[in-house]
Ligand binder design. Structure first.
Ligand SMILES: C[S@@+](CC[C@H](N)C(=O)[O-])C[C@H]1O[C@@H](n2cnc3c(N)ncnc32)[C@H](O)[C@@H]1O
Length: 360
């Protein structure tokens, strides 16, 4: 059966642009996040995927409103809906900026395709160089819920991010194309080989994400079968309600009525060897304090018992980084946590045992 949307997508698709997986993923993300204001820099088949996602999201939002409003009975659906969010009006818009500067782009066709499919009421196409847009013009878009950047170089991406990130709403997402690049590297055997590696922008944003006080997630997805136009980088700004509660994992499980687990999933190597030794082991204490973040946090706790937020504020670090350091110190018995306050443990120094390594 002829599907006009599929036909339009295939007319807009340029295999060299490499958005054959990014497009459907953006469409699904749009349905999932129900963004009100979406911005795309760099148009093509991805524009239509975004519009189709918004069309689906709009239809699903209308159906949900009928369920929470009571005009349709669907108890199972009602049981998962947030009554306030699901009853709000939803009129999304997609703002696309493209200066039609790249040979072979299908950007000039997207407005006609949207009109033919009856999706043009959601689309504003701005045929301009993004970097010529003024702050006032960008401000007029209002808070941005989803931004898709697929234009120009890494330096351009850096420029788009500098302009748009402050305008992204808390909880909002920025998706960038191609966080990997093919380049020549020197192998450990001294040979020169071609490899796909993270871009400098991905490396920089990962570093910032790890140290960020305000908090944002960084996720890079690869397409390992491609060496160009490969992968996606997703940045999601944390909303206020997502702040780190700075309470140890086991305590939170207990508060939720779950059986407290001694097993804290440690996904990154910590200086404390998991499962070996007991609190009070000199080798473990040394290992814990050899980590500069843990040593800094420990010094702060020795000076003043405090909440994780208080310690983080005094050290000028993020609460999440502070909590991770406190968890490492707690695991070896260097700090205790009572009534929300972290204190330096005294007893540990009295019961200090020489570690097996020290004895050897
Ligand atoms: C890689 S293509 C976009 C591909 C598209 N997302 C797709 O799914 O096919 C890049 C587009 O960005 C546009 N572009 C490049 N630099 C730009 C800039 N500074 N401002 C606006 N558009 C730009 C080009 O005209 C081109 O259409």
């Amino acid at each position: 059966m002829h599907d006009p949307a599929e036909a339009a997508l295939s007319a807009l698709t340029r295999p060299g642009m490499g958005t054959e997986n990014a497009g459907p993923l953006l469409r699904a993300l749009t349905r999932m996040a129900r963004p009100r204001t979406v911005v795309e820099v760099g148009a093509g088949s991805s524009t239509l995927h975004l519009l189709l996602g918004l069309r689906d999201a709009r239809a699903e939002a209308a159906a949900d409103r009928r369920v929470v409003g009571g005009s349709v009975t669907n108890d199972e659906r009602a049981s998962v809906l947030h009554p306030r969010s699901a009853s709000e009006d939803y009129a999304p818009k997609l703002l696309v900026v493209d200066d039609i500067s790249v040979a072979g782009t299908s950007a000039h066709q997207v407005s006609d395709a949207a009109r033919a499919l009856g999706l043009d009421d959601m689309l504003t196409f701005v045929e301009r160089d993004f970097f010529e847009m003024t702050d006032q013009e960008l401000d007029a878009w209002g808070p941005l819920d989803l931004v898709w950047l697929d234009a120009g170089t890494q330096a351009d991406d850096a420029g788009f991010l500098t302009s748009l990130w402050p305008r992204v709403t808390p909880g909002g997402t920025v998706v960038l194309h191609e966080p990997y690049l093919a380049t020549t590297v020197e192998t450990s055997h001294g040979r020169v080989a071609c490899r796909v590696v993270p871009t400098p922008l991905l490396q920089e944003l990962r570093r910032q994400g790890a140290a960020s006080a305000d908090g944002f997630d960084v996720l890079a997805l690869s397409e390992p079968h491609k060496h160009r136009q490969t992968g996606l980088l997703m940045l999601r700004k944390h909303a206020g309600w997502e702040r780190d509660r700075c309470t140890p994992f086991a305590e939170e499980l207990k508060a939720l009525g779950e059986i407290p687990s001694d097993e804290v999933p440690r996904l990154s190597p910590t200086p404390v060897p998991a499962g070996s030794g007991t609190p009070g082991d000199a080798g473990q204490i040394l290992a814990a304090l050899s980590d500069v973040a843990q040593r800094t946090v420990f010094s702060s706790v020795v000076l003043l018992a405090d909440t994780a937020q208080g310690i983080a504020a005094r050290l000028g670090t993020s609460p999440a980084a502070c909590t991770a350091a406190l968890a490492g110190l707690h695991a070896v018995g260097l700090v205790t946590h009572e009534n929300g306050l972290w204190s330096a443990a005294d007893r540990i120094w009295r019961q200090l045992q020489p570690s097996s390594t020290a004895q050897a």
